[in-house]
Design a binder for this molecule. Sequence first.
Ligand code: RUQ
Ligand code: CUA
Length: 765
Amino acid sequence: MKNIRKRFAATASVATLGLAMTANAVSAESLEEVMERRGLSQQDLLAAAKTYTPTGGRDEFIVFSSGGQSGQIMVYGVPSMRILKYVSVFTPEPWQGYGFDEESKAILESGAVDGREVHWGDTHHPAITETAGEMDGEYLFINDKSAPRVGVVSLHDFETQQIVVNPILQSEHGGTFVTPNSEYVIEAAQYPGVLGRGFAPLSEFNEKFRGAVTYWKFDREAGRIDPSKSFSLELPPYSQDLSDAGKGVSMGWSFTNSFCAERYVGGIESGRPPFEAGCSQGDTDFLHVINWEKAAEVYESGKVTMINDHPVIMMDTAIEEGLVYLIAEPKSPHGVDVSPDGEYIIVGGKLDTQGSVYSFSKIKAAIDAGDFEGTDPYGIPIISMEKALHKQVPLGLGPLHTQYDSTPCVVYTSLYVDSQVVKWDYCEGKVLDKVSIHYNIGHLVAMEGESVSPDGKYLISLNKLAIDRFNPVGPLHPQNHQLIDISGDKMELLYDMPVPLGEPHYATAIAADKLQPLVRYRYGTNSRTGGKHPGAVRPGQERIERDGDHVKVYMTAIRSHFTPEIVEVNEGDTVEFIITNSERAEDETHGFAVSTYDVNLSLEPGKTATAKIVADKPGVFSFYCTEFCSALHLEMTGFLVVKPEGYVEEAAAEVSEGQAYTKDDFDKQMTTNLETQAVIDSVVAYITSHNYQDFPEVVALVEDAVDQLNFATEARTKAEELAAAEDWQNATLWAGQWWQYQVKAADIGLRAKTYLDENGAVKAE
Ligand code: RUQ
Ligand code: CUA
């Protein structure tokens, strides 16, 4: 981490130098000329300087944004706003092999709802695991609104590891939000349904339809949600909306909004007013205040009803045990956000112009005193709004979501209708600043803004429309994330980032140095379970096994070949290619595709994954690596030979040798190899004469180079043995293979040398 900081500083001073040099250079344009040519103001320049990240530079924060209907998560850096990755959760994605290898197919299949596979997701709210209310960067959760599901992503490798299907909800929205030690992942319903996804006529809406909130138990050790220790709470058929977990003084409680407390069921086709009218009749909806800590005890004690094998605390029990309370909140609220100390709960009412700040101590006092203004139609006690409110502050039109600043009492609220962000003080109740965005902001995210210690600095506005911001690309516009500098008194808009993935709802941002992702897998890892893959093999152990018409190919992949390269099967066989990437080198991913078959693997160093196909059509199919992994990447190929039924092999079915080689060819190759070795030796001498051990990046490169040189030695031995036997054909081919390994080692060595040069390595004494 210290290294990264040092690097930041170094990069900054180099950048300053570079600017001065450019300005003085004879032929280069001056800064003024560039400003003139591109029509840039001083302010633009300042904004550019605040976001521009020179080559090799890193970001201070990492944002995980919902990818909306793409069912993915988008990862990008702040302040550069450079997109780093899309992590597929609910949707197949071929680059990552997600949904194309057997291991990830199993994850996607586990997301089937009542037996129906759903190949997309409407992702809304990502949440990072927390320890004592601080984001810890270990796991990430995200919800799917359309099919009520939660995905679990490991931030060790940024891969989806689990999908759990809500056993009782029809749709959901108020997820995922984590409790301060990630004890539970909260998932609240959206549109009411019959719990368990059953049927009841709409005429019995009030009696038979329900909402609910589910508390998914997170098993940190396993890195998985444990459905067997999870439970739900039955709620009235108000459309539950966003949720947030209490913390600090409100630890053990959670808060869930609602809209349409009118319990309207629509019917525009028969002349009734539409939902939008029927659901905004009343002046207030309800904030649900839930004691989840106590609910967990009630669940443990067994006072639950099983619905679809899932324990549900029914409303009567919840009321009797004092688990749930309601407080009126202004017309059609949306966001509910708990302050870092847990004392305040800020609610934005879409149709109200105010931010409503509730006080947890006041809520608690009313509960403890049994001071209620009545009950709702289901008997849930209602706390009077006046008694629970700390303040209501006029903010503007359409306040939605709120994020907390590093400065106490300061928050930022999105104003959907006004297309603005308002900065305000919720302790004193006054507006501090406003900034306009383009257009129609939904969520906004501040750096670690939902943790107990927000970092301030930057805010991102997640806009619903882009309209005229970008070059037109047809009627479907990109999304627009706008970066805002919040380090000063006045908010400053810095950058517009078009997002070609929609529609992102919420995002969460964490300090980059809290993330510790892997560079490579432990050898032979099934990345979807994190465990050792039973089919992993090391070089030399590759084999093809047949069991009836089921063929298993235990394969390795390393620059730049698969072993084996020729796989012969019979028409109708089921073939499983279980492939281990036996590289240790950083970023040496291989792919695996079989032409015309619907498979593609992403094999990162150390990973084992399976491509399963049914060879139902005779023919000879090329398989090949889909990542440009080396100069001979195109040569990383092989044949799947599918023999027609009843095919009888001719005698002497030797494979073609290609070109014939002589002793001269062998000698020529050997001369090249010895020259190459001299180059390698000089690079090795350079590296080892410097303090390379102080640079973990270089140590990893050296390890990789040593691997390659070991392979080179093996190939050399084979070549020399074959030459001794005067088998010039194979001797020359193996000498060529030796050279391939040398080239890879030399390439890695040069990368290490460059790194040492650029990072101020010194000669070791
Ligand atoms: S939503 S724009 Cu969180 Cu799904 Cu508010
Ligand atoms: Cu391996 Cu291309």
